[in-house]
Write a new protein. Structure first.
Length: 442
């Protein structure tokens, strides 16, 4: 009998498996596709790999840094080959992390559960474990739009990443994180891009000032936005969209990318007796209502981010080992949107701060950083710091500009440690770095 059976070999599954095996526990991991899950194989890593190539292509076309290059072109096939090579390399790294775990490739099904054991069936064999960790992830959501099913012109994110050739034009349904990252990729490679978003603005959960800045820049670059519009029908490669006043119009593109969010993978778990409310309900230590069953990652429908899944996996592992760990509810979660420029955010937004009252908001342009000016010719951005007026404790930081993704961890640590403005001022930031902008803002 194994100590734990893990359903899913994505960031949640392999993190928990490696941690428990390191502590001498016997672990069996079931993965029906490839180790690394959505993030590594058809999500975070391939998207960022292609985005980096697209950014290099854009920079090579510009002479604003004093560099001249003739006949600049990109090779989509080679970009795809590089992406696939990186995936294979990182997948091998995940496999190495699970050296001390039994890994079974196949779809696992729970056939029996008591408070003392769980029996899993996979590939015609049965396996028994004391505990079960569910990390089955999520899948692209397909809304009930007339004409969307079995339409060869409609891509999901997986199909878009594996495309053999680029379309001349693409209509993206959904202006959230996934939609805007793909809009960045395709637009930088010369594809005509349109974005249809039901909400009044793109990236609805991000600071409004920042999303407006991004939208304005992308409009100047030729991306078309249809905000407060919903798609009511698709006929081959033509969308019929309706605005909030009931007026309809049509939009035609070579390809249509569906990016309206993801839903937890709950198939095969319904008969376990789990409490499910859109996702599997868990407490702050990732325990379900069943004493020997835990759930981690997208399947809990809390925050669908790979770094959240990893943190939850570490909490679940510590919980199984009866070791002290931080409750998930006390974790401060940063978020990054890999547009160009990047967006990075953590903590409360300016809108929330204004609604609650009692907060001070400081904001400065990213051009206050010498390193930013040197490396982002003709660009600007914003750094925004939000703190409590009474306690001076930092509660939110929002960044727009490259390389926000690499410095948001500083802000996350400050909020996690409940640092005040004065305490953060005492930290010495290296010069010249873009990270100095946080201290400049104070």
């Amino acid at each position: 009998m194994y100590f734990v059976a893990i359903m899913g070999g994505g960031p949640a599954g392999y993190t928990a498996g490696a941690e428990l095996a390191k502590n001498g526990k016997s672990v069996i991991v079931f993965e029906k596709e490839e180790l690394g899950g959505t993030c590594l194989n058809v999500g975070c890593i391939p998207t960022k790999t292609l985005l980096y190539s697209a950014k290099q292509f854009c920079n090579a076309q510009s002479e604003k840094y004093g560099i001249k290059a003739e006949n600049v072109a990109f090779d989509w096939d080679k970009m795809q080959q590089r992406k696939d090579k990186i995936i294979r390399k990182l997948r091998a790294g995940v496999k190495q992390q699970l050296t001390n775990c039994m890994v079974i490739k196949g779809e696992a099904t729970v056939v029996e559960r008591t408070d003392d054991k769980v029996v899993i069936a996979c590939n015609g064999e049965q396996y028994t474990a004391e505990k079960l960790l569910i990390c089955t992830g999520s899948s692209n959501f397909v809304p009930p739009i007339d004409g969307i099913e079995n339409n060869p012109n409609v891509w999901d994110s997986t199909a878009a990443l594996q495309a053999k050739e680029l379309p001349q034009s693409i209509a993206i349904i959904g202006g959230g994180v996934i939609g805007m990252e793909f809009a960045t990729l395709f637009a930088e490679l010369g594809v005509e891009v349109s974005v249809v978003e039901f909400m009044p603005n793109i990236l609805p959960n991000i600071d409004e000032q920042i999303t407006n800045l991004l939208k304005e820049k992308y409009q100047k670059q030729g991306i078309h936005f249809y905000l407060q519009n919903k798609v009511i029908a698709i006929n081959e490669n033509t969308l019929t969209i309706e605005n909030n006043e009931g007026t309809t119009t049509t939009l035609t593109a070579d390809k249509i990318l569906l990016s309206v969010g993801r839903r937890p993978n709950l198939n095969g778990l319904e008969n376990l007796g789990l409490k499910i409310n859109k996702g599997i309900e868990v407490d702050d230590f990732m325990r379900t209502n069943l004493p020997n069953v835990y759930a981690v990652g997208d399947v809990t429908n809390k925050i669908m981010l790979a770094h959240v899944a990893t943190q939850q996996a570490e909490i679940a592992a510590k919980s199984m080992l009866n070791e002290p760990t931080i409750p998930f509810g006390e974790c401060v979660i940063p978020s990054v949107v890999y547009t160009n420029p990047e967006i990075a955010t953590v903590g409360i937004t300016e809108q929330t701060a204004n609604q609650l009252g009692g907060y001070i908001i400081k904001s400065i342009p990213m051009s206050f950083s010498g390193r930013f000016v040197a490396e982002n010719e003709g660009e600007n951005g914003v750094c925004k710091v939000i703190f409590e007026e009474k306690t001076q404790i930092i509660k939110g930081v929002h960044l727009f500009g490259n390389v926000s993704s690499e410095i948001i961890a500083t802000a996350t640590m400050a909020i996690q440690q409940k640092m005040t403005i004065e305490q953060l001022k005492q930290i010495v930031f290296p010069h010249p770095t873009v990270s100095e902008i946080i201290k400049e803002c104070l």
